[in-house]
Design a protein around this ligand. Structure first.
Ligand SMILES: *Cc1c(COP(=O)(O)O)cnc(C)c1O
Length: 361
């Protein structure tokens, strides 16, 4: 290839995102606990809506997503005109970087933050800036100290992945209040539904002009394979994002399934309750085996081992038992394994296998 053909600056610095490992075909009775997927799958209502979409394959989908935005607005009591839907919340993150950050601008995120923030910042030609956390928890003072006149976007996930930790609404408000005037705070609420009574930052979005919230159908709704997410923010920002959104970014099947899913809050409540029960059980069982974790508010537990070698050895041992969990060295947590909270039998299998690994059973 000619040396004259070169991508935009930043793009060759992107390290490809690696998804959670999937069990190989040879494994029998394997369970995938590496991608924070819902062990119960999706709501039957969402599956039915998806099936019905087969009759619309020849039709172009809606460009304004009005039906899905209305359903989201009904359920969350918000303004449908300020909702934007995307191909996963990843696409909303991408739109934000593309629209608001470019060469010379800085995009902040936390030390153990989601890798997509850095990838999208680099894709936009902006400079990614990683800010230290305090004990695997978002540090508002450190984020504010890292801001300057080049700061355009500040991403935090609350609860965060892969740490599972969360900061208070008061701390998030303090962060929004302290940002320089040209910066937007993005609250990634991928795991918000797992926190009983938490609005994902919605009230802060309503109260301010510099906060955007992102949400996803990939986690508690069990629709990760279908790729649907949404964002909510000030009208002026959502209008900007809609200008760069492809008009047909979501298919009929995605729109119909998501609409049915969000209207089935009974399913969401059931999943939240079961997750909380099994998460507490798993964290406690691991702690008794000498494997501590921070209090997780999400659908996974970040198990901490003595050192990277022990984490790696335990990962290999679990894999031999057909238990696929996530190593998180890429998130600067080499001595940890992130274990998705599965159904009861999966959680019991994990605890049993870790006990065997520790020579305690
Ligand atoms: C899983 C996850 C998402 C969701 O991404 P989608 O593109 O909506 O599937 C977003 N943010 C964080 C922190 C996540 O862990």
């Amino acid at each position: 290839m000619s040396d004259a053909i070169r991508p935009q600056p930043g793009i060759l610095d992107i390290a490809l995102y690696e998804g959670g490992a999937a069990p190989s075909g040879a494994m029998t009775n394997a369970v995938k606990l590496s991608s924070n997927e819902n062990p119960f799958g999706a709501s039957d209502k969402a599956k039915d809506a998806y099936s019905r979409a087969v009759h619309q394959l020849h039709r172009y989908p809606s460009t304004d997503h009005a039906a899905l935005r209305t359903a989201i607005a009904d359920v969350h009591k918000l303004d449908a005109a300020r909702v934007i839907c995307g191909v996963g919340s990843d696409e909303i993150i991408h739109f934000l970087c593309q629209a608001y950050a470019g060469p010379g601008d800085e995009v902040l995120y936390t030390e153990h933050g989601f890798l997509m923030y850095k990838i999208s910042a680099l894709a936009a030609g902006a400079t990614p800036v990683e800010v230290p956390e305090r004990e695997r928890t978002t540090d508002v003072a450190a984020l504010l100290a890292a801001c300057n006149e080049r700061t355009k976007l500040v991403f935090i996930a609350n609860p965060n992945n892969p740490t599972g930790t969360m900061i208070s609404a008061a701390e998030v408000a303090q962060l929004a209040e302290g940002l320089p005037p040209q910066a937007i705070l993005v609250l990634d609420g991928a795991y918000a539904e797992y926190v009983d009574g938490y609005d994902g930052g919605l009230s802060l979005v309503e109260a301010r002009s510099n906060v955007v919230m992102t949400r996803t159908f990939s986690k508690i709704y069990g629709l990760g394979g279908l790729r649907i997410g949404w964002g909510y923010g000030p009208k002026a920002i959502i209008d900007v994002l809609n200008r760069i959104r492809g008009p047909f970014n979501l298919s009929n099947a995605q729109l119909e399934a998501a609409e049915a899913a969000v209207r089935d809050q009974e399913f969401v409540t059931r999943c939240r309750t079961d997750n909380a029960r099994m998460r507490a059980w798993l964290a406690e069982a691991l702690a008794e085996l000498g494997v501590p974790s921070d209090t997780s508010l999400a659908n996974f537990v970040l198990a901490r081992f003595a050192d990277p070698a022990e984490a790696e050895a335990c990962d290999a041992f679990l894999r031999e038992q057909g238990l696929i969990v996530r190593r998180v060295s890429g998130y600067k947590l080499p001595n940890c394994l992130r274990i998705t909270v599965g159904d009861e039998s999966s959680c019991r299998r994990v605890a049993h296998a870790v006990a065997q690994f520790k020579g305690m059973r």
